[in-house]
Design a protein around this ligand. Structure first.
Ligand SMILES: [Zn+2]
Length: 263
C-alpha cells in the first residue's frame, strides 16, 4: 500500500509507483445492510405463511405453526436496531411493504393496530431509518397481486396471482411501471422518500428486460415518485456490482441509488 496518501487517485488507484492498485474507499471493504420484508408493525412471516400455503398446499416450508407466531414486529425492536446501526455507521436498504400481506394500507389503516400506533411507527421510520437507509417498497403486498384499478387483491389463490411469481405472462414496461407506481404512491402518501424498489421473491423474473428499463427513469409513472438519482440494476449476485448494495437474497433484486457507488 502506498505510503503517500496524496498519490492516491480519488477512484482508489495508486499512482506513481509503476503499478496500479485498486483500493477500497477509506481502505475498508464496503458493505451495506439489505433488510428485506420489513414494514411497519406487521410480522410478515405470520401473515404471509397461510397465503403462500393456500397456493402451495404441499410445500412443507409453508406448514409452519404461523398461528403461534407474534402478529407484531414491535417498534421497540426497530428502534433498538436502528439506533445500534446509527451508532455503528451501518447503512443500507430498508424495505417498507405498503400493503403488508394485505393486512392494511400504511397510508390509511392497519387493522389490529390503532391509527396512532401506525402514525408512530411511520414516524419512527422517517426519523430514525430514513437518514441512513434507502427506503424501498417491496411491491404492494408481497403476497397477493393487487388489481391497481380497484385496489382489491386478485381473487384466486394461484401462483399467477402472487407477487412472488408475478407476472406469468408478457407485460409491457408501462404496465409494470404502473404496478410499481401504485406501491410508490402509497409510500409517498406516508412521506417516505423512495430511493428504489426491491422485487419480492421472483417478481418480474419473466420480464427482466422490461423491468430493467424502469430504473432508467424513463417510465414517468414510477420515476415520478422516486427521488432523482442515478439508477443501477443490481440483479442479485449474478452480474458485476455496480451500485453500493446487493441483495443477500439472490432471487430478490434491489435497485438503488448510485450515490455511493464503490465498484
Ligand atoms: Zn421479500
Amino acid at each position: 500500500m502506498a505510503s503517500n496518501a496524496l498519490a492516491r487517485h480519488a477512484c482508489g488507484a495508486v499512482l506513481g509507483s509503476g503499478k496500479i492498485e485498486v483500493l477500497y474507499p477509506r481502505m475498508r471493504v464496503p458493505a451495506s445492510f439489505i433488510v428485506d420484508d420489513s414494514t411497519c408493525l406487521v410480522n410478515m412471516g405470520r401473515f404471509c405463511m397461510p397465503q403462500f400455503a393456500d397456493v402451495w398446499p404441499d410445500r412443507a416450508s409453508y406448514k409452519k405453526p404461523w398461528k403461534t407466531w407474534p402478529a407484531e414486529i414491535p417498534d421497540s425492536f426497530v428502534r433498538e436496531f436502528g439506533q445500534w446501526c446509527g451508532e455503528q455507521g451501518v447503512k443500507g436498504k430498508y424495505s417498507i411493504i405498503p400493503y403488508p400481506a394485505c393486512v392494511g394500507w400504511l397510508d390509511r389503516e392497519l387493522p389490529g393496530w390503532s391509527h396512532k400506533d401506525l402514525l408512530r411507527s411511520l414516524r419512527l421510520v422517517r426519523e430514525l431509518m430514513v437518514p441512513n437507509w434507502d427506503i424501498h417498497p417491496e411491491m404492494i403486498s408481497h403476497t397477493r397481486v393487487i388489481d391497481v384499478n380497484t385496489g382489491r387483491p386478485m381473487a384466486e389463490a394461484k401462483p399467477a396471482n402472487m407477487e412472488n411469481w408475478f407476472p406469468q405472462t408478457a407485460m409491457s414496461a408501462d404496465q409494470l411501471a404502473n404496478y410499481l407506481a401504485y406501491a410508490l404512491r402509497i409510500l409517498k402518501n406516508c412521506d417516505l422518500p423512495c430511493e428504489g424498489i426491491t422485487t419480492p421473491g421472483g417478481f418480474g423474473g419473466r420480464v427482466k428486460s422490461e423491468l430493467s428499463l424502469l430504473p432508467a427513469a424513463k417510465q414517468p409513472h414510477s420515476a415520478r415518485f422516486l427521488k432523482p438519482a442515478s439508477w443501477y440494476q443490481v440483479p442479485g449476485c449474478e452480474n458485476q456490482i455496480r451500485a453500493y448494495s446487493v441483495s443477500i437474497y439472490p432471487r430478490e433484486r434491489v435497485w438503488c441509488s448510485g450515490d455511493d457507488v464503490v465498484l
